[in-house]
Design a protein around this ligand. Structure first.
Ligand SMILES: *Cc1c(COP(=O)(O)O)cnc(C)c1O
Length: 479
């Protein structure tokens, strides 16, 4: 298995192996890495995979994408990642062993639980594996990495919980001072691991993000301090997410002749991109239902063919904050497939996007072919979220979070009688107490391990939004 860049520059596309692209971000031509061609799953494999445990299935799927890590090592990494202890979350042990169990709301409609990891959001599913893959690859090369990032919540905490205590890895995570919920702050700042550094920046998320960008652009500093990122364009994260589409499919069907629809709350197009890859591999997915919140750039594209990213000033702050994204960083991967994998076309289209523009594919021959990729889309607003959280509670007796509510809202609109629908549960309601109280008039339940975490001692450095101050902080801690 070799990887190429969506933009097709010869050097960047020189057929990289999995571990060559594991620690990097964008390809050197600015494109994203994808397999040269998608591995196919045979009928016989699908039959066999139906009976596998999550870790066994993860190994079977990932081995198709990773052929430069010896299989005994890959097996050990996967077994260490997907355990009932890591994905237990105080739930009953039988369900914890399933890692991503389905909770049926009614016949033909279920939630695929992806939020039982340490930070109660689906990003743990891939990030936990990434932590183990990074540690393994760095040890092999005798290298170190210093992960630098900015977070407004879920990604930063998932990265810290995945990298804590890992050899050869430090994490420097910037967050906007006083702007995350008390629960989110406690989750991150209470980590006492010596390789985790929380930096609270006096400013908003964009200030923190700008500092990270400025430091990555300082090439000498970046090289000297071996800086790296774990953002959502990382191919290993997408590959790890492919696994639970298979797991969910098997849970929702009796035979491999049936089709399943997946409804996915979407921001950066990372999660649903994994669904697209699973379908391209041959998993019988009948429909990929894309759900956005008020930040509806992707819904607009799937309805009209126009992709029109918006700036920070036109991005709404909503009650499903992890989807407040107006430039979907993984979307280029899908358009590459849509445009028959023509890198020249991607260079043209993203030339416009990178210059702050938009593109319109409504007249392109492939846009009419969109149907063959099985996508449908819809959007959800704050009022929809509240109504859907209430509906889930009253009709099904289940409390869902705001992002999952966006997914369920659109799933109910797009549901077809003959095909079971699984809504991807991307976070637990305990993470978004304020909106849950608004919807239900009560505080959502919290997993036992999370009770009182606000009271734990916190380890965080607060500083002004100043690039040099952050650089000095890093330099003093990296030898
Ligand atoms: C990150 C996130 C999303 C969006 O996932 P993408 O891969 O960016 O599309 C949805 N819900 C929650 C809770 C998240 O943390």
């Amino acid at each position: 298995m070799r990887y190429i860049s969506t933009r097709g520059d010869a050097e960047a596309s020189s057929r990289k192996t999995f571990t060559e692209i594991l620690l990097g971000g964008l390809a050197s031509d600015g494109g994203l890495y994808l397999p040269e061609s998608y591995p196919r799953v045979t009928r016989a494999e699908l039959e066999r995979w139906r009976g596998l445990s999550y870790a066994e299935l993860a190994f079977a799927v990932l081995a198709k994408f990773i052929d430069d890590i010896p299989s005994t090592d890959l097996k050990a990494l996967v077994d260490k990642t997907y355990t009932a202890e890591v994905y237990c979350n105080g739930r009953d042990p039988a369900r914890a062993r399933e890692i991503t169990p389905v909770r049926w709301l009614e016949p033909g409609l279920g939630l695929l639980e992806l939020s039982n990891g340490p930070t109660l959001a689906f990003k743990d599913m891939a990030m936990q594996l990434l932590g183990n893959l990074f540690e393994y690859a760095l040890a092999k090369r005798g290298e170190e990495i210093n992960i630098l990032g900015a977070t407004s919540g879920d990604t930063g905490s998932a990265a810290e919980y995945a990298m804590r205590g890992k050899r050869g890895i430090r994490v420097f995570m910037l967050s906007p001072h006083g702007r995350m919920s008390a629960f989110q702050r406690a989750q991150m700042y209470s980590l006492q691991d010596v390789n985790i550094f929380n930096i609270a920046v006096r400013g908003v998320f964009d200030d923190a993000q700008d500092i990270v960008k400025a430091i990555f652009n300082a090439r000498d500093f970046k090289a000297r301090y071996r800086l790296g990122a774990v953002n959502s364009i990382n191919w290993a994260r997408v590959a790890a997410q492919v696994v639970y589409y298979f797991k969910g499919y098997f849970a929702a069907t009796r035979s491999n002749d049936e089709q399943v629809a997946f409804a996915v709350p979407t921001g950066n197009f990372g999660n649903i991109c994994a669904g697209h890859v699973a379908r391209m591999m041959g998993l019988p997915i009948g429909k990929l239902v894309l759900a956005t919140n008020e930040n509806d750039v992707l819904d607009e594209f799937f309805r009209t063919g126009v992709y029109r990213p918006r700036g920070a000033a036109d991005t709404w702050t909503t009650t499903s904050p992890s989807m407040d994204i107006s430039r979907a960083s993984n979307f280029e991967r899908f358009v590459f497939d849509l445009a028959d994998r023509d890198p020249a076309m991607i260079r043209t289209l993203w030339g416009r996007i990178d210059a702050g523009g938009s593109f319109d594919l409504s007249a392109a021959p492939y846009f009419s072919g969109l149907r063959k990729f099985c996508f449908v889309s819809g959007k959800s607003t704050h009022a929809d979220r509240l109504a859907t959280i209430r509906l889930a509670c009253e009709k099904y007796g289940v409390t869902i979070d705001t992002h999952t509510a966006d997914g369920l809202k659109v799933a109910l609109e797009q549901r077809a009688a003959q095909m079971p629908t699984l809504v991807l549960e991307t976070a637990l309601p305990a993470k978004f107490e304020e909106t849950l109280i608004e919807a239900l008039g009560r505080r959502p339940e919290r997993p036992a391990a999370m009770l009182g975490i606000e009271e734990l001692p916190q380890r965080v450095e607060t500083m002004d939004a100043n690039v040099d101050a952050v650089k000095r902080f890093i330099a003093r801690r990296v030898l």
